[in-house]
Design a binder for this molecule. Structure first.
Ligand code: NAP
Ligand code: MG
Length: 402
């Protein structure tokens, strides 16, 4: 069969350790044999980032801005230990954090569902997608330990204006204080990215906070979301999508009774907590995808997990590994499907969906990596190696394309 032509390039961001090995296998066995695609390759492996003083990361984000679609392999965020391990000049910042700040994007995490893995929450039938705001709040907080009695105030000194003072607390004994902030522009672009993604996935959008208690801070988020949803009302209606604001505790309880199929937008801390709750509720980290969406509609797809370091060390020792490649495969298919959609080439989109079908068919036939074995009903007798699973997907895919 002739290869399918992809009109516009896809930006490829390579990564580290076990996922780098998986990444190369996916490209060789599932992509290249079927697709004629111009991949703009950026090696974000930690050594290359070090060699280029991390310029490669910025360049890769600019390329995503230029072409609109990127696919990314998991990467090491170096800490002191990694600096020694890889002999790095310094502990370079998180590539994901940098790309996110250049694209001004929001991260959406979505689980991949299969029939033979029952989510821990029985009512969940469709993915619950979490949209987490990635700026401010607790993560940019300033904190103060109060050891002796005294007043703590918030002081706002506007440039050229009069000062405003607000009593935070008049301490009679020891205690603790935290100051947090957020920015109008960041909240607005978060709201826009959520609406863009809800439209792209055709799912209803919920935003939750606690504005009954936080009548200024959380209410500010709520108002911006409402305004952005109102501005897009015609598009939302046309797509048959509803926007709803719900109190966080109410939404959390509702979520346990819902079938899913919802985009749940949350502030930074709430999103941190609930994305892990949802991931655990659906099954394995190896089955969780992640996409960064910019407010202008640029997309970067990746797996939600890291570089699976422990498995990589086994691999280096020459031991067979059984690492789940599903989320990495879906990073590729997410990018391919989006490319087809943006280019108006349905055959490209169909091919992306076909790889996904081949993956799901394998899992539903009990062909799985080790992490899934305890989750599958009925329990498979054996598990595949990392490469064995990808080969099984490739064989199915060939069968489907014959
Ligand atoms: P990890 O890669 O998420 O893996 C943690 C553990 O989860 C693994 O040891 C494994 O458990 C299980 N696991 C995760 N993905 C799996 C998969 N695909 N198949 C099977 N099991 C899977 O986290 P890590 O090993 O602690 O972190 C390694 C590096 O990843 C760090 O340097 C960190 O900076 C980086 N990181 C990158 C990203 C990203 O680029 N998006 C995200 C998170 C972390 P068992 O050992 O029990 O088998
Ligand atoms: Mg977390």
């Amino acid at each position: 069969m002739a290869k399918i032509q992809v009109k516009t390039p896809i930006v490829e961001l390579d990564g580290d350790e076990m996922t780098r090995i998986i990444w190369a296998m996916i490209k060789e066995k599932l992509i290249r044999p079927f697709l004629d695609v111009n991949l703009k390759y950026y090696d974000l492996g930690v050594q290359k980032r070090d060699e280029t003083d991390d310029r490669i990361t910025t360049e890769s984000a600019r390329a995503i801005q230029q072409y609109g679609v990127g696919v990314k392999c998991a990467t090491i965020t170096p800490d002191a230990e990694r600096v020694v391990e890889y002999k790095l000049k310094k502990a370079w910042p998180s590539p994901n954090g940098q790309i996110r700040s250049i694209l001004d994007g929001t991260v959406f995490r979505k689980p991949i569902l299969v029939k033979n893995v029952t989510p821990a929450v029985r009512s969940w039938k469709e993915p619950i997608i979490i949209g987490r705001h990635a700026y401010g709040d607790l993560y940019r907080g300033v904190e103060l330990l109060v050891e002796t009695p005294g007043k703590v105030e918030i002081v706002y000194s506007p440039a050229g204006g009069t000062e405003t003072r607000l009593l935070l607390h008049d301490f009679k004994g020891p205690g603790v204080v935290m100051g947090i902030h957020n920015l109008e522009a960041s909240i607005r672009s978060f709201a826009r990215a959520c609406i863009t993604y809800a439209l792209s996935e055709r799912v209803p959008l919920w935003f939750s906070a606690k504005d009954t208690i936080s009548k200024t801070y959380h209410a500010y988020f709520k108002e911006i979301f409402a305004a952005e949803a109102a501005a897009q009302q015609a598009r939302l209606e046309q797509a048959g999508i509803q926007y709803r604001y719900m109190l966080i505790d109410d939404a959390a309880a509702q979520m346990m009774k819902q079938a899913g199929g919802i985009l749940w937008a949350l502030s930074n801390y709430d999103g941190d907590v609930f994305s892990d709750v949802v991931a655990a509720g659906f099954g394995s980290l190896g089955m969780m995808t992640s996409v960064l969406v910019s407010p202008d509609g640029q997309f970067e797809f990746e797996a939600a997990h890291g570089t699976v370091r422990r498995h990589y060390y086994e691999h280096l020792k020459g031991q067979p590994t059984s690492t789940n490649s599903v989320a990495s495969i879906f990073a590729w298919t997410g990018g391919i499907k989006k490319r087809g959609e943006l280019d108006g080439t349905p055959e490209v989109t169909r091919f992306g969906a076909q790889i996904e079908k081949a993956v799901i068919a394998c899992i539903e036939a009990g062909i799985v990596t080790k992490d899934l074995v305890p989750l599958i009903e009925p329990r498979p007798a054996a598990h595949q190696t990392t490469e064995g699973f990808i080969d099984a997907v490739a064989a199915r895919l060939k069968g489907m394309r014959r």
